[in-house]
Design a protein around this ligand. Structure first.
Ligand SMILES: Cc1cc2nc3c(=O)[nH]c(=O)nc-3n(C[C@H](O)[C@H](O)[C@H](O)COP(=O)(O)OP(=O)(O)OC[C@H]3O[C@@H](n4cnc5c(N)ncnc54)[C@H](O)[C@@H]3O)c2cc1C
Length: 369
């Protein structure tokens, strides 16, 4: 990765998480002059603490489901383009966090949307996951879905952007956006001012504070999530397993990654207590595995108030583009490509219209319009 002369940068990207990395890659690949600024470095935010299941596990808003589904296809394209360097595992998922009517509704929802899904029985589950104790009565098998090593994917995208000429400036804190009338002129960082024609804010949970400098309120309701990583063990599970209290996947290096279902079902929000409960639950399901936790993290999910992504140009500030979202691991390929095209070609994609910041104007405030 490189640092260089940043005075003439055309597009400055704040945030070297997976969303900023993907936008940077797609811009640089089209020949754009790009500088990625991060207060730490690649994957330092939610990306590095993410469970990183790539999925279209959503059926209530068909458009949003389709966006996620499209991103699965984009991952295949990116995987070819970047020659397998993203750390993807197309293992499929088994989901049974919903039970009873909710399970049936979800299955029906996916079926109506034309999303490949199969209901599998208890016995079939046992065949697919012979080491998993206490299998559910039935589960949804989502064969198209995947797991990814988020740090590997993020780093690969940034490296690829750099190969296409992007520059990086890590260890630099963005403090404020600078404007002249309604036009962006650059930003103020802990290292001084950087001028830029265009700025993309892909700073995850850091975006809110940066936008405050222009009196723009980003309506966020971020949520925390505990994640455990074990020492490597022999292969135990084959899919992303999405149960009612924890979810699990096993990396190709043998490490188990265990996440909590972010309902309020845990007895308290003390992370170490939750981690203990999660480990107990994992051991209950994999009784023969010697699971030793080597790392526990608490990540903050960048969560817009309505749960949907915020993507697009900001009304009233020429040159400012936002990309802040949960499920950013899933969405980064499609958002990265479309954002780059919107920025460079000055077009707008119909697909992204539901996700503009202006949708909040009646319920929340922005100083932009
Ligand atoms: C526990 C957990 C589990 C998750 N599971 C999944 C999942 O299974 N599937 C899925 O699709 N998504 C999942 N997510 C969500 C997903 O991880 C995030 O949506 C995604 O990582 C967001 O990426 P990002 O690039 O937008 O933000 P981030 O990864 O947070 O990156 C933002 C970057 O901006 C930098 N930054 C912030 N402020 C400033 C500033 N002022 N100056 C300079 N730099 C700044 C930070 O250092 C950081 O590197 C999960 C998240 C968590 C926490």
């Amino acid at each position: 990765m490189s640092n260089g002369n940043h005075q003439e940068t055309k597009t400055l990207i704040v945030g070297a998480g997976i969303v900023g990395a993907s936008i940077a890659y797609h811009l640089a690949r089209r020949g754009e002059d790009v500088l990625i600024v991060d207060r730490v470095g690649p994957a330092a935010g939610a990306t590095g603490k993410s469970f990183a299941w790539i999925n279209a596990h959503h059926f209530k808003q068909p458009d949003y489901h389709r966006l996620r589904y499209q991103s699965l296809a984009e991952y295949h394209r990116l995987e070819r383009e970047l020659e397998g360097s993203l750390g993807l595992n197309w293992c499929g998922a088994l989901s049974f966090d919903a039970v009873g009517d909710a399970f049936d509704q979800r299955f029906e929802g996916f079926r109506r949307l034309g999303y490949p899904v199969e209901v599998i029985s208890h016995n079939r589950f046992r065949k697919l996951e012979p080491n998993y104790g206490h299998p559910p009565g039935r589960a949804l098998h989502l064969s198209l879905e995947a797991a990814v090593d988020p740090v590997c994917a993020c780093t690969a995208l940034i490296d690829a952007a750099v190969q296409h000429g992007a520059q990086t400036l890590f260890g630099s804190d963005v403090i404020a956006l600078k404007t002249d009338q309604r036009c962006l002129t650059g930003l103020e960082t802990s290292e001084g001012t950087i001028q830029a024609k265009r700025i993309v804010i892909a700073a995850g949970t850091g975006a809110e504070a940066i936008l405050q400098s222009l009196d723009i309120n980003l309506p966020m309701a971020n949520q925390s999530g505990v994640l455990l990583k074990s020492r490597p063990i022999d292969p135990r599970i084959n899919h992303v397993i999405w149960g009612d209290r924890i979810h699990m996947k096993q990396q190709t290096d043998g490490c188990m990654i265990i996440g909590e279902v972010f309902s309020e079902s845990w007895s308290e929000r003390d992370p170490s207590h939750i981690a203990e409960q999660m480990l107990g639950e994992a051991k209950r399901h994999l009784p023969d595995a010697d699971i030793i936790i080597e790392r526990t993290t608490v990540g903050i999910r960048p969560m817009p108030k309505d749960g949907m992504p915020i993507v697009g140009a900001v009304d009233g500030v020429d040159g400012l583009y936002l990309a802040v979202m949960h499920s950013g691991i899933t969405l980064a390929p499609i958002v990265g490509r479309m954002a780059a095209d919107e920025i460079l070609d000055q077009i707008t994609f119909e697909t992204l219209e539901p996700y503009r910041l202006r949708r909040f104007k009646d319920t929340d405030t922005t100083a932009t319009s």
